[in-house]
Design a protein around this ligand. Sequence first.
Ligand SMILES: Cc1cc2nc3c(=O)[nH]c(=O)nc-3n(C[C@H](O)[C@H](O)[C@H](O)COP(=O)(O)OP(=O)(O)OC[C@H]3O[C@@H](n4cnc5c(N)ncnc54)[C@H](O)[C@@H]3O)c2cc1C
Length: 410
Amino acid sequence: MADREVDHLLIGGGVASAYCASELRRRGAEGSILLAGREPEPPYDRPPLSKEYLRGAASREDGFVHPRGWYEENEVELLTGTSVVSLDPGERTAKLQGGEQVRFGTALLATGAMVNILRVDGAQLDGIHYLRAFGNADSIRDDTADAEHVVCVGGGYIGAEVAASMIEMGRRCTIVEIEPVILSRVFGAEVGAGFQRLLRDRGVEFASGETVAAFEGDERVGTVLTESGLAIDCDAVVVGAGVRPDTMLAGRAGIEVDDGILCDAALRSSAPGIFAAGDCCSYESELHGRRVRFEHWDVALHQGRHAARGMLGEPAPYRVVPYFFSDLSDWASVEYLGGAAEWDEVLWRGDRDAGSYSAWYLASDRLVAALSVGRSEDLLPARRLIESGEPVGDRRAAIADPDAALDPLV
Ligand SMILES: Cc1cc2nc3c(=O)[nH]c(=O)nc-3n(C[C@H](O)[C@H](O)[C@H](O)COP(=O)(O)OP(=O)(O)OC[C@H]3O[C@@H](n4cnc5c(N)ncnc54)[C@H](O)[C@@H]3O)c2cc1C
């Protein structure tokens, strides 16, 4: 027997749930909405955690998706500090932390992602940090206040952003990265090398092509040891070793999961009436012609909104071109569209030396991704070309000529 009933249950207190709630109301949903999130705060944006919030230049409230009062004003019941501990898709019931049983009409799984923990000797020492939530950013800021040297493990965007913030905060910082060049897996070696140069010019040090073998210290980390035998002394460590989708609740409920909660093109999970969105959602993308999952703020926002359509009985394929941004302090503003697993050609537009350019990634003469550094205006035509799926053909000349207008590209 359920203790009570809601029309729409939103599981997870992140961006995807918050935008699903507002879209349900914007589309005129009159039914009850319950949003349950494990963290103590209302849904908030995580991007500032490695940037302005870490540097102490933004407050928690600045990051809230909706102001605190929004939920009451819009009759969205917000339960913070509350996990959904089990789900019965057949009965359409969920059990909340504390034992309450809720029957729902439709549900959204927006449980996000969890950081990968390094399992090496010394991993339990004090001074080793991960970054996903406000509390982690607070700990890093406090713990590095008197640090001289901070090591960032992982040269993905989190490591790069934290390193930039550390330098801005007056610390010495070294990035330890498995690949020869940071950010090269997503953007390619040439673009990655440009970012590495930029960071190096601002003072970031690199241990490239290195894997962490162990941490050493008495109670507190004092040295990072790599497999090749480097010993890097430090006062604190921030690990950015990627995340994995949080599929625990869905998996336990018998919903199909793999690297994410498996959804169709309309973000419907294998359980009728239950949708997924954001970092936990792996969907059949018509745009990409394959199953994809993203860990982008903008994707969580758009998928949350899109799932609301489906929850109101208007499911449709999700076709938004994925968009990602990253700020390396105020040294470079990076934006990336698409999501290319592979490409066979890159077209350049603008001035790479001056740090104002876009890179256009082509596979079999189709545009599959585009990156902008300080050239946001190039991304709208790029988006249209990706959406169209048309061959790039003789558009190459216009793309590579920074003075040529791109408006009539598609
Ligand atoms: C430091 C940092 C910087 C980032 N910077 C950028 C950036 O510059 N650009 C960009 O595009 N993206 C960035 N991202 C990624 C972006 O923040 C994520 O893609 C986005 O937060 C995903 O939102 P979500 O709603 O899917 O999941 P999440 O934000 O992970 O939210 C899910 C929430 O659900 C909760 N939850 C899980 N299970 C349950 C349960 N059973 N019951 C109740 N609650 C549950 C979790 O605790 C969590 O609070 C960054 C992420 C981090 C951590």
